[in-house]
Design a protein around this ligand. Structure first.
Ligand SMILES: [Zn+2]
Length: 293
């Protein structure tokens, strides 16, 4: 009887712990925690079908031009009409951009607190996971910060100009809607706010590194200016799902040449090319406010 019980407990333990340690589940974030996909949304259709997630990347055979052909779950990457990233044209081009200083669709509040973070290399980028606490409010809707990650060079361009890097802060509402705050990164002085994360980057792509004890205040990573370009877009990685509210900060932040080089030595070229704007409007929003709670 005792033996049976022990076996039963062992079986229970293996049921509880095996999935978390199996190669399959460690593969899952690599292939389907698409850069913009929050962890809680990792069970995308691509993972639920037999055979596990479909590999994608930024190379010749698995890069952005091929994504839609890699899996039926990725067809939106080619057929979507509201895809990200986009080129953000300057105020002078006017045609596709409505400039508005009193955009009333809802004021954006970004609320940040210092939190313990988990830095992982998911095979596509360096991703810093957040458990809870920081959020972004758009009107009545609260979006929780799930993770932030980086692209080099930038995905969004300003008048066709790339920046050396771009940071994406991925937020999700209780209803599952996504809002991503994009911050362009230019070369400048050393930025100490990034040290806790930068000091713990993996040595090479594909390495999983978990640091559960880093405390970072995301507010320190953001530009002082609160202005954002807003538009309706998509995940910039497979499955390229649409319905994402994009906010691209008008003011870039700075990292030193060394800091940029450190990231680029692990990942470079992990940017999707800009997508057609089609009938979308980009709105310059100056009413965003940041609140420390
Ligand atoms: Zn991204």
């Amino acid at each position: 009887m005792k033996i049976v019980r022990i076996e039963f407990i062992l079986l229970l333990m293996s049921l509880l712990f095996l999935p978390a340690c199996s190669p399959q589940s460690s593969e899952r974030p690599a292939a389907t925690t698409a850069s913009e996909t929050p962890d809680s949304a990792a069970h995308s259709p691509a993972t639920e079908h037999g055979g596990g997630p479909v590999h994608w990347g930024y190379g010749e055979d698995d890069g952005p031009a091929s994504w839609a052909a890699l899996s039926s779950d990725y067809v939106t990457c080619a057929s979507g009409r509201e895809q990200s990233p986009i080129d953000i044209a300057g105020a002078t081009t006017g045609e596709s951009m409505q400039m508005s200083k009193d955009y009333k669709a809802g004021s954006l509040k970004i609320i940040r607190q210092e939190h313990v973070v988990d830095v992982i290399d998911n095979g596509h980028t360096i991703q810093v996971n957040y458990d809870e606490g920081s959020n972004l409010r758009l009107g009545e809707t609260v979006y929780e910060l799930k993770q932030y990650h980086f692209h080099a060079p930038s995905e969004h361009t300003i008048e066709r100009r790339h920046f050396p890097m771009e940071m994406h802060l991925v937020h999700q509402s209780a209803a599952g809607e996504l809002a991503v705050l994009g911050v362009l990164i230019e070369q400048g002085n050393h930025n100490p706010a990034f040290e806790p994360v930068w000091a713990n980057l993996p040595n090479e792509a594909g390495e999983e590194v978990h640091h559960q004890h880093l405390a970072v205040n995301v507010d320190d990573l953001l530009p002082v200016d609160h202005g954002t370009y807003r538009y309706r877009g998509s995940l910039t990685t497979p499955p390229c799902s649409e319905g994402v509210s994009w906010f691209v900060a008008v003011e870039p932040i700075k990292l030193s040449a060394d800091q940029i080089a450190t990231f680029a030595s692990i990942f470079s070229g992990n940017n999707r090319p800009v997508q057609p704007l089609n009938n979308r409007t980009v709105v310059l929003d100056r009413v965003a406010e940041r609140v420390a709670e």
